[in-house]
Each structure stands twice: as C-alpha cells, then as structure tokens.
Design a protein around this ligand. Structure first.
Ligand SMILES: C[S@@+](CC[C@H](N)C(=O)[O-])C[C@H]1O[C@@H](n2cnc3c(N)ncnc32)[C@H](O)[C@@H]1O
Length: 263
C-alpha cells in the first residue's frame, strides 16, 4: 500500500511539472491518464501486481469523477466504519481477509487424521469456507473457528448455521482461544504473527498434534510436510507437528519452545 501511495505521490510531482509547461495545450483527460499511467509504471517497476496497476490507473479518474459529483460528507466515516467492520480484525495483527482456495480445503481434508472425535480449529476463520467444507466432509469431527472482524464473523456464523452442532464460529481474538483440545489447528494469516503462533501452539497443543499453516512459514522451523497448491506460485500448506513423544515426555517440545523464545 505504501509503495502504491508513493507511486501516486511521485507521479503527481512529475505531472505538476508537466502541467506547468503544457497545461494549455493538452485536453483535460490527458492529466488523469498521465497521472495514472506514470503511477502504474512506477508501481510496475516496484514489483506491485497487476491489480495494483489497474488501481493506479483508475484512481485519478475516480478522483476527477468525484470532483464533478460531490458526495455527502457522512459517506466517508460510514465507508471507514464499513472497512473496520470487515477488515478490523486484522488491523493491529497485520492479517487481512483473504480466502483459502478450494484446492487448499481439499489438501487440508487429506491431512486430517482419522482420529475418533477429531477436533479442528481455524484461527482467523474468515468467511468460514474451510470449516464449512471440512465439517461437511467429516461428519465425525468437531470444528471451531475464531474470527475478530464483526461482519466477517457474522457471515461465517450464518454460513455454518446448519452445521452448528459440530461447527462453531466464535467472535474474538485467536490469541484467546485455548488450543489444548485440538488435534489440528489451521491458520492462514500472514508472516507477522507466525513466531508468536508457534509459541502458543508449543505451549498449548499436545505433542503429536498438527499446526497447518497456509503459505506462511514459521521462521527457523522446518515443516514435516509441504503440500504445493495450484493457486499462486508460493501457495502451499505447511504441516508442523508439535514435537515431543506422545506417550512419554515432552522434552522435544520444551526444546522447541526455548528455540522459539530465542527467535
Ligand atoms: C487470511 S484470512 C483467512 C480466512 C480463512 N481462515 C480462510 O482460510 O479462508 C485471515 C482472517 O483472520 C482474521 N484475523 C486476523 N487477526 C485475528 C485475530 N487476532 N483473531 C481472530 N481473527 C483474526 C482476519 O479478520 C481474517 O478474516
């Protein structure tokens, strides 16, 4: 976002210079086009993807349109409130809303153990896609999701309404959900919370259980398995097993915890 904003800012400085020289000779539409084109070019040089490029070109036209069609001032706080209700859950944790793909749901299903009374959690459940799919495919298992954005939580809750005896979506922070009862914890978050998440799973989950992360790895920890997903070049499921001998001791787990604390 900062790169996109910087591209618009730098392009604006250049376009101001050009306008100083050429303003009377060029048609009005040239200026938003030049602004958007220059910003998109900079964004391309700085490695932003094609959606950002389209956005860079469209933004100056949207501003020009808006100058001719003023909207009431209350629209802005309302739009801000809407954004907070949808994306607010990840605002401080730097985890936005985006959905796991169908391929990820299927790969996740394949990794679920056949354990009797299996319990699975989705931390940051989003719109509830993975959980409602898994709950339908595994009627013998129980599922819990936790989601911090109010509107997103409500949509996930409605989506899993018919499955609610085995699939619950709680509203709140993933950091407050105790993980001790789960055999599998799924998380599709961002790079930012992964070290803290690993620490939480080591402290709370039983040895031998699984943390499955979509795409984002735990720094310094090698996953037991990596499953490539067809969605994006870097998309994969990373399967981490909580260390320690299930039958005897948890010394491996304590060693891993010490390592996590040092990173
Ligand atoms: C990338 S989405 C993943 C959604 C879903 N798990 C999926 O795979 O389709 C991450 C979600 O985590 C939520 N989130 C971020 N931080 C959170 C937190 N601390 N507690 C609960 N939810 C959180 C965001 O609001 C967002 O909906």
């Amino acid at each position: 976002m900062l790169r996109a904003l910087a591209a618009q800012g730098l392009a604006l400085a250049v376009i101001f210079g050009l306008a100083w020289l050429l303003a009377p000779r060029m048609p009005f539409w040239f200026w938003p086009l030049a602004q958007g084109g220059a910003a998109a070019f900079l964004a391309y040089l700085w490695g932003l993807n094609r959606w950002w490029l389209i956005f860079q070109v469209a933004l100056p036209f949207a501003l020009v349109w808006q100058l001719g069609h003023p909207v009431p001032a209350w629209i802005y706080p309302l739009a801000l409130l809407g954004l907070v209700l949808v994306f607010g859950g990840g605002l401080l944790t730097r985890v936005p809303l985006y959905n796991s793909s169908h391929a990820a749901w299927k790969a996740l299903l394949d990794r679920l153990p056949l354990t009797e009374g299996l319990k699975v959690a989705d931390l940051g459940a989003g719109l509830g896609g993975p959980l409602s799919y898994l709950a339908r495919q595994r009627p013998d298992a129980h599922f819990v999701g936790v989601e911090a954005s109010p509107v997103v939580w409500l949509l996930a809750w409605l989506r899993t309404w018919s499955l609610r005896s085995r699939c619950r979506i709680r509203f709140g922070s993933l950091w407050k959900l105790p993980l001790g009862e789960f055999h599998v914890v799924y998380a599709f978050l961002s790079p930012a919370p992964m070290p803290a998440l690993w620490k939480k799973t080591l402290l709370e989950m039983a040895p031998g259980t699984l943390l499955i992360s979509n795409t984002f790895q735990i720094p310094g920890v090698i996953p037991e398995t990596e499953i490539r997903l067809p969605d994006r070049p870097d998309a994969r499921l990373l399967v981490y097993r909580i260390p320690g001998d299930v039958e005897t001791s948890t010394s491996d787990s304590q060693e891993a915890l010490k390592k996590a604390e040092n990173t």
